[in-house]
Design a protein around this ligand. Structure first.
Ligand SMILES: Cc1ncc(COP(=O)(O)O)c(C=O)c1O
Length: 399
């Protein structure tokens, strides 16, 4: 196990003898997981009868019985003992700096139940979500960002095991997991927080596509910008999402499902809605290229699905896979020459979302949807997530 420098003394102390309270608080430590919020009679009893019929599930509307909470308190040495208790409202100072200055970041991941063996529970590349959470915390100057990622994965795994009856069975069904870190720092000064609450809630979800793929129509014609170099576009912070609502509402009024966010004088593509974006092009020499914009500018969220699609497509060795700048004029030209073969968004919620149209400077650029590559990526990633297809080492993690 690779430990961050801040965690190492704690881990060693734990191995050598029982760690002192002072040092044990520095890191997230799954072995001190407490379930003491509930009276013994109710402790860790799940009641999935409150779950609506799985066909009626709507994203993020119902929550499982329990939540994980871990406090970070600078004056008590850092991370405190993790607790799994009942899902309940938070008690927070109205002065908490998460409510005033957006000191909030989060993750989105899923737990999957094998269709053939309901005791086979899995996470998909959770290490990447932990790394991104740590980066988001760091970007907001939150202390404790160098937590032990494996320990937090173990705490989340325990939460999923406790509420496993809330994972609906069937391919496409899963338990959405929402780790969140808010500042509980109860003062109005604009400053690095000294106290945090990391909490994890879970919500059963159904397939994104109830009856076949639903391609989306995008517009780039908006006065708003989602992210820029040096900003927070590459971190999963709440402040990236609030400013997109007005733009999305305006796009919906004009008949478009989502915004394809562009940046800079050359109209470089960044992301679509809250997804990464891919284009399959036929190059002028006749060969194919799968293109997604690069992470180098810092204005794109490093998606787990994005990384997985890149790595998967590289193993196929059938076409070039490029992380490179791609502009709207290039996309328009390829479409006019019938060389834009497919386009899709990629993210945990839907895996892939086919794109059928992009509005650019008043013109609707039509794109063939849904193509073979979009279907293949969807089928292969889902197969790996549910343990039906053997994926690369470490992708589908049994818990
Ligand atoms: C802005 C944004 N981009 C991309 C993604 C896709 O990331 P992932 O594949 O990790 O879900 C998400 C979803 O988390 C997102 O919110």
């Amino acid at each position: 196990m690779v430990l961050s420098p801040a965690c190492r003394p704690v881990q060693l102390a734990r191995l050598a003898s029982s760690a002192t309270v002072k040092t044990a608080a520095r890191c997230i430590n799954s072995s001190s997981l407490q379930t003491s919020l509930l009276p013994p009679s109710q402790r860790l009893a799940s009641n999935p009868s409150k779950m609506p019929p799985k066909e009626q599930l709507q994203f993020g509307r119902v929550f499982s019985d329990h939540m994980l909470t871990i406090e970070y308190l600078s004056d008590k040495g850092g991370w405190q003992a993790p607790k799994i208790g009942k899902f309940e409202d938070l008690k927070l100072s109205p002065a908490a700096s998460s409510l005033h200055y957006g000191l909030q970041c989060f993750e989105g991941m899923k737990a999957y139940k094998s269709v053939s063996d309901p005791s086979d529970l899995r996470l998909f590349r959770p290490e990447l979500n932990m790394k991104r959470l740590s980066n988001s915390m760091h970007r907001l100057s939150k202390p404790g960002y160098d937590f032990d990622r494996k320990e937090l994965i173990e705490c989340i795994s325990e939460l999923v095991r406790v509420d496993q009856d809330w994972i609906p069975t069937g391919e496409g069904y899963s338990l959405y997991i929402r780790p969140t870190v808010i500042s509980t720092h109860p003062y109005l000064g604009v400053t690095t927080p000294s106290s945090l609450l990391l909490y994890v809630i879970t919500s059963p979800v159904g397939p994104y596509y109830k009856s076949g793929f639903a391609p989306v129509r995008l517009t780039t014609d908006t006065e708003y910008v989602r992210a820029w170099p040096g900003g927070t576009g590459n971190a999963k912070v709440g402040g990236n999402y609030a400013p997109t609502m007005l733009a999305a509402d305006e796009a919906a009024k004009r008949g478009y499902d989502q915004i394809l966010w562009i940046f800079g004088p050359n109209d470089e593509v960044t992301e679509v809605g809250a997804m990464n974006v891919f284009f399959l092009l036929r190059k002028t020499d006749g060969t194919k290229e799968l293109v997604t914009p690069p992470l180098t500018r810092g204005d794109i969220l490093p998606g787990v699905t994005r990384q997985s699609i890149i790595e998967l497509a590289q193993t196929w060795n059938e076409f070039e896979v490029s992380e490179r700048t791609i502009t709207l004029p290039e996309i328009r030209e390829a479409a006019h020459e019938n060389r834009l073969l497919e386009a899709f968004g990629a993210g945990t919620a839907a895996v892939v979302t086919p794109i059928s149209c992009i509005q650019y400077k008043g013109e609707d650029i039509d794109i063939p949807a849904t193509g073979d590559l979009t279907r293949r990526v969807f089928k292969d990633l889902m197969g790996i997530q549910y343990g039906r297809i053997e994926g690369p080492e470490g992708w589908s993690v049994r818990i």
